[in-house]
Structures are given as C-alpha cells and as structure tokens.
Design a protein. Sequence first.
Length: 505
Amino acid sequence: MTSSTAAGSADRRRGAVVAALMLSMALAALDSTIVSTAVPQIVGDLGGFTVFSWLFSGYLLAVTVTLPVYGKLSDTLGRKPVLIAGSVLFLAGSLLCASAWDMGSLIAFRVVQGLGGGAIQGTVQTLAADLYPLKERPRIQARLSTVWATSSVLGPALGGVLASTAGWRWIFLINLPIGALALFLVGRHLHEPRRERGPRPRVDWAGALAVFAAGGVLLTWLVQGGVAWAWVSAPSLALLAGGLALIGVVVLVERRAADPILPGWVWRRRTIAAVNLALGAMGLLMVAPTTFLPTYAQSVLGLSPTAAGFVLSVMTLSWPVSAACSQHVYRRIGFRNTAALGMTGALVTLAVFPFLPYPGAAWQPTLLSLLLGASLGLYQLPLIVGVQSTVGWAERGTATASILFYRQIGQTVGAALFGAVANGVISGRLGADADLDSVARDPGAAGVRPAIDAAVDSVYLGAAAAAVLALVVLLTLAPRRFPVLDASAPSPAPSRPGRTPEPTD
C-alpha cells in the first residue's frame, strides 16, 4: 500500500469517526432541551407539574456527576470503551423514557439517560482534541460547538413538532436509530493506539456518590422551596443544612482519595480554574432561553408548540457562524478577550428581554435569540480550545471533563434555581393556593398569562446576573494569554498514562 493510499484510508476513518462524534454530540445536546416544548403535553398525560423541573434537573445532575468519572476513565482505559458504554446506557434510558407510566418513572429514566450522557459529552470533546493537531483543533471544535448549539436550540422546535404530531414519547424514541448509527461508526472506524497494561485504574466511586448526594439534596431544596413548602420552614432548612453538610463530606472524601474525581491540580492551574467558573456561569444563563423561552412563546405570545420552538431555534443561524469565525478573533486578541467580547453581547441581550412589551410580537424575542446565539458562539469555543491546548494527552480527558463538569453544574443549578424562581413568581401572582397543574393546562385563564410573563422576565434578569459573573471571572482570574503547549501534531496515547508537566501561566 502506497503512502498516499494509506493516508487516504486514515482520512476516511477519521472522517467516519468525526461523523460519529457529531451524531453523539447531537443526541446529548438534544436531550437537554427537547423536552421543554413538550411539557404541557407530558403534564397533561402524566400529571406532576409541580415536579416537572426534575425532567431537566435530574438529567443534568446525572450528566454532571458522571463527567469527571468518565474523564478519569478515558485517561486510563481509553476513549473508545467509555464512549461505547455510555452510548449504550443513554439509548437504554431513552427506551425506558418512552415507556414511562407516570412523572416519577419518567424522571427516574431521565436520570438513566443522564448517566450515559455524561460519557458522551466528555469523551466526544476529548476525542476531538486527540484526532487533530493544535493548528487544526479549532476547526473540529467549531464543528462540535455548532452541533451542540444547533441541537440545543433545535431541540425545543423538534420537541414541539413531535409532541403535537406523533406524541411526546417519540421525543425519546428518535434517539435510537441515530445512536445506533453513531455506535456502528465508532465501533468500526475508531482505532486507538495499543497501550501496555498498567495498574488497574482506581475510580473514586465514593467521591462520585458524595457529589451526587450533595447535589440531589441541594437541588430538592431549590426546586421545592417556595412551592411545596415555604423557604423559611422546617423541611427547607433541613434540606439546606443537609446539603451543606454533604458538601463538607465531599471535601473530606476528595482530600483522602488516592485518585479523586475532582483532582486538585484542576484548581491549582489558573487557566483551567478560571474557565471552569466562566463556563459554569454560561451553563447557568443558558437555562433561561432553552427552558423558559418556548414556554413564554406558547403561554404569553400564544404560539403553537412548533412555532414556539422556532423562536428559540434561530440561535442556530448565528451561533455556528460566530463559533466558526471566533478563531480569527482569538488569534488576534487572545482566548480571554474574545470570550469577554462574546459575553458582553450576551449580557446586553439578556438584560433587554424584560423590557419587551406585553404581550409583544414574536419577532422581538426571535431577534434577541439571534443576537444571543452570535454572542455565545464567540464565547464558548475559545475557552474550550484554550484549555485543551494547555494539557497533554494523559490529562486531556480530565481537563476536558472538568470544564464541562462545571458548565453542567451551572446548567443543573440553573434549571433548579430558575424553576424555583418561576414557580415562586407565578404562585405569588396567582395566590399561594393556585393549582400549578391547572396553570399548565389552561394558560389562557384569568391572570395566568401576565404571571408567566413576569416569571420569565425574572428568569432573564437572573441570567443577566450570571453573565455579569462570567465577565468578572474572565477579567479578574483568567490570564491574558493562555499557556498553550507547543504541539504541531496530535498527542499519541502513551504506553502507560502519565502526568504531563504542568505549564506555567
């Protein structure tokens, strides 16, 4: 076989793997938002409006907790087995969701989905950095960012179409053929370098369990506070105290772990620590458009589920273009300044939303969605590429999982926090005795539409505050120039995983 033939074969295999990565990323992104426009149909069928926020929070919590575990495993066992195992678990959860018989079972099966989604998100981003050298890495990461943004914002539109035509259960069944194709491509075309057997990897399961317990207790406090019980009440205070105590347990367990899922070096490196916080703030603010804008479009503007989804989906027009162009910006002004420029635009856009007239016209939130997509496309990609460029192969899985972990932390807390804010505002407007299940089924009832409008305005103000936090973190903690490693080719998998020397900022 000639060298040109071998190179062509390698390029075809890499192209097939990239296609599988994009399909897998699309699945994980879709399922974080696709349920939002189908909530009225799901609640109408299964009931449980007061706990529907757990459809988002439960999924995101499971993704969040497992990201560091999968990152550690991918650095020790390799990327391929972790991605395959996670994809199978995700598809099994999707099938179970489609067979749910009440809200409790659907929430439980969404958690199963999330346990697989954590493997998909972290491993896909890490593999992308493995496959391409530093100079070409922005191109593949731009594609993945485009897929993530497009899938996230198309999710509500697709969910609306499926819920109003085939039925909400097809929101989950549609994952099966797409996931099966991705699994086939990964199994057939992804070939990782063979490595010698090292010591059996030590996974910090105690740390993972402690994080899951702490997050679950604190999320219950946020979601149910002000709805199921008053904020200042025995159940609320007990959950808050229990959550804080469990955070202390997490700290103790992680300090004693031989190989913690949240390694200390992640926070000792200024660049990674700053990006962790910055992407955490982005995850927090993204909940406002992806979860609450479709509800606003349906209940306040009176649009159909399909049209409500498309109000958000226009972000797909600006996000990919902005992400693809961001490399030309950060090569001139740096990763940090490019991200700060994008977040400034996001802050202005989010702050304008509460000033829209009531009830307003559909083009107004649509325009804001377009501008928000352009801003966030300029924000996220430079931070991901920047961090991955500061570490070698043996730390790339952990570093990538770390920044995604804190983005998911923000999104998980945001789903719970903003859900609690929205429920609290609606209850305050309609009275403490208002039946929130009835609100979901009949948004045209007296006083309901203004209450939902006020709730979404409050959520957007909270998202604007998160944008301010992101800007403060970038400008005060992140270095002006990221300590990029000099690498002109993809880092090969070492014969035994080892530690890359720590770059200095």
